[in-house]
Design a protein around this ligand. Structure first.
Ligand SMILES: NC(=O)C1=CN([C@@H]2O[C@H](COP(=O)(O)OP(=O)(O)OC[C@H]3O[C@@H](n4cnc5c(N)ncnc54)[C@H](O)[C@@H]3O)[C@@H](O)[C@H]2O)C=CC1
Ligand SMILES: O=C(CO)COP(=O)(O)O
Length: 330
């Protein structure tokens, strides 16, 4: 199949290489023209992914290939989804009839829209053709062909299946799902708890603290997700607890790393600068906090992380705040 992958960061480059090796005709689009050229000339490796791109995989800053692509894969940071879709539309690109895949994990600030909603707000009538690819899948491991299992979610299973068939291979296993809401909410919100988990690492806390964050984080994630229309069981699958665990525990996680730097005393700006890649949890803490307020649901970890990131609260005080809340039933 002819596929254009939008975003040549760690994840876009890794998925483009996987699709290419699965025998598809793939073009990889990079936002930054200079980086597109350096990637195409193989003068640089894609951010942090750590392996070379297949030698015949074309990297470009031009969107021309989209015109006759049968599938398009978005792998860009969530807060650029709207501007990229508008750029495509304003340059004559239509997504009608194409399989659209979102591998982006986030909820748009202010509108609180999921990525599939942002895409279909701009490209009217495409919602049923959107599949979300999500789950515990660090690029650093997928690009080294380490066995990985993820979810393909779409409103109808036929779309999910079309996406699944593109990616499946002996190291990348894909399960179908039709709870697109639950999958997108899980993907976005787990990043907030990964920052919390990193803060615990930065404070030199141990396994008990981390597992408390993961377990209570899962509760918050499913509470918010169900209130937004997701199915509770989705949060106990790969795109829920699976992705939550990998991100909270992994040495590869960008979100956990940002949290760790903050726990060690760095400011948010310093932590972001030293990372040099997107940590979706930062912007998604704002979305999660707003969701809690809008739906009037209690999200204690989300609220404390919001206070640390955006109101200057000391991380130690945030943990104390969580530990001394009025106790309740589990
Ligand atoms: N890195 C990973 O292991 C995984 C990442 N993801 C998700 O994939 C998405 C992208 O993450 P990464 O590849 O890690 O990010 P990255 O920071 O490595 O790369 C970001 C890419 O976004 C594009 N970009 C930058 N500014 C842009 C703009 N203004 N407009 C449009 N595009 C722009 C560029 O092509 C850039 O290469 C995120 O939502 C992330 O949560 C999902 C699963 C795994
Ligand atoms: O979503 C991911 C793995 O499933 C990547 O998480 P990080 O962005 O924290 O590295």
């Amino acid at each position: 199949m002819k596929i254009t992958v939008l975003g040549a960061g760690s994840w876009g480059a890794t998925l483009a290489a996987l699709l290419f090796e699965n025998g598809h005709n793939v073009t990889l689009w990079e936002f930054n023209a200079k980086r597109a050229k350096d990637l195409q000339d193989r003068k640089m490796k894609p951010f942090n992914a750590g392996t070379d791109l297949p030698s015949e995989l074309v990297v470009t800053n031009s969107i021309k290939s989209l015109k006759n692509s049968e599938a398009v894969l978005f792998a860009i940071p969530s807060q650029y989804m709207r501007s990229l879709c508008l750029y495509l539309k304003n340059n004559g690109i239509s997504l009608d009839g194409k399989l659209i895949i979102s591998a982006t994990k986030g909820i748009e600030n202010k509108t609180l829209l999921r990525m599939s909603e942002v895409i279909s707000e701009i490209f009217k009538g495409v919602y049923e053709n959107i599949a979300v690819l999500s789950g515990p899948s660090h690029a650093e491991e997928v690009c080294r062909k380490m066995p990985t299992a993820v979810t393909s979610a779409a409103l109808n299973l036929e779309t999910a299946e079309r996406c699944r068939m593109l990616f499946m291979n002996k190291y990348f296993r894909v399960y179908n799902q039709n709870d697109i809401i639950g999958v997108e909410i899980g993907a976005a919100l787990k990043n907030v708890f990964a920052i919390a988990s990193g803060i615990a690492d930065g404070l030199k806390y141990g396994d008990n603290t981390k597992v408390a964050i993961v377990t209570r984080g899962l509760k918050e994630l499913s509470k918010a997700g169900v209130a937004l229309g997701g199915k509770e069981r989705t949060f106990y699958g790969l795109s829920g607890v699976g992705d939550l665990m990998v991100t909270c525990f992994s040495k590869h996680s960008r979100n956990r790393a940002v949290g760790q730097a903050i726990g060690e005393g760095k400011t948010l700006a310093e932590a972001e600068k030293s990372l040099g890649m997107v940590a979706e949890g930062i912007k998604n803490t704002i979305s999660a906090y707003e969701i809690g307020k809008k739906l009037n649901i209690e999200l204690p970890i989300v609220n404390e992380i919001y206070a640390v990131l955006f109101e200057g609260k000391n991380p130690l005080e945030a943990i104390n705040g969580l530990m001394t809340r009025c106790p309740g039933h589990e």
